[in-house]
Every structure is written in C-alpha cells, then in structure tokens.
Design a protein around this ligand. Structure first.
Ligand SMILES: Nc1ncnc2c1ncn2[C@@H]1O[C@H](COP(=O)(O)OP(=O)(O)O)[C@@H](O)[C@H]1O
Ligand SMILES: [Mg+2]
Length: 154
C-alpha cells in the first residue's frame, strides 16, 4: 500500500473542534477553501459572528473550492443563492432579514433538508428547527486577527 504523507491529508479531524486565526480576508478565504474539502451532500454549516466578522468571506472560500467564482454577495439582499456544482447543489442562505415566522413560507426546509450543502449565515433564525447535526463556525474579532472556531455537532 502506498505511503501517505500525513501532512497532505485533510479530513474531518483537521477541522473538528479547532480554532484558527486569520490576519487577512485572503487567509479566511483559503481556510474556507480547505474546509470545503471535507463537506458532503446534506451537510449543514451554521455561521455565527457579527456583521463584518467574515462569514461571507469564509463562504466565498468554500464556493471557490467547488469551482464557483461568481461573486457571492454580502449585503444580505438575497436570502438564498443556489449554486450547481459537480458534487451537489450548494446553498448560501443569508437570513439576516428573515423573520423566524417566515421560514416555512420561503421553503427554507427544502434547502436544509434536501441533498445539497447548506451554508447558513444568521442561523439563529432557524432555532425552531432544532437542527442537531451540523458544523458550526464562529468568527470573532481579536488582537490576533479573526478567531475562527469550527465545531462539529452530531
Ligand atoms: N481576517 C479576516 N477575515 C475575513 N475578513 C476580513 C479579515 N480581515 C479583514 N476582513 C474584512 O472584513 C470584512 C468581512 O466581511 P464579510 O465576510 O462580508 O462579513 P460577514 O458576512 O460576517 O458580515 C471584509 O470587508 C473583509 O475584507
Ligand atoms: Mg455576510
């Protein structure tokens, strides 16, 4: 069997319950791109962090891994952007403007519980779904740059 160099393996343990610091938006995008390797269809990723923390920047990195170069907007004008990729659909749900009571009307369920990967900003709007199995990414400002905590819940 061929030997594998450990440093080249990216798997769930690379990111599960880990903290990363990024000094620039490029570093955050690179982290997102690297994290994307371990995503699978039906995965849900929740993002927490204040406006301007870097949630959309991280998501841009994830999308670039899937070959999507199209600009991903940050301004929260759109609730859901849908991207077709070779693997599965990838949904960017930016729920900043969403009222908790409107999630059903908007068919948010079809994204979350469909076959795609859902990347959710302002996931507190989805509390009532009580989603257990998920990745959760928290981004904070610190003196060392952005602190990006990645957790896995099952
Ligand atoms: N280390 C960093 N990671 C991510 N974004 C950063 C970083 N340093 C500065 N920025 C800037 O902060 C802003 C983050 O914006 P954005 O990703 O849209 O945030 P959010 O989606 O959380 O509101 C961008 O203008 C980006 O250039
Ligand atoms: Mg955003």
């Amino acid at each position: 069997m061929a030997k594998q160099k450990k440093s080249n393996i990216t798997d769930i343990t690379t990111f599960k319950n880990k903290i990363f610091y990024t000094k620039t938006d490029t570093e955050t995008r690179e982290l997102g791109k690297s994290f994307a390797k371990i995503l699978k269809p039906k995965d849900i990723v929740f993002f927490n962090g204040n406006l301007g923390a870097g949630k959309t920047t991280f998501i841009q990195g994830i999308l670039s891994f899937f070959g999507i170069k199209k600009f991903v907007r940050s301004a929260s004008f759109m609730l859901v952007s849908e991207f077709e990729t070779k693997v599965c659909p990838v949904y960017h749900l930016d729920l900043y403007r969403l009222d908790e009571n409107n999630t059903l009307d908007l068919g948010i369920d079809e994204y979350l519980f469909g076959d795609g990967i859902s990347l959710v900003e302002w996931c507190d709007r989805l509390k009532h779904y009580n989603i257990k199995q998920r990745w959760e990414i928290n981004i904070d400002y610190t003196d060392n740059g952005r602190k990006i905590k990645i957790e896995r819940f099952l």
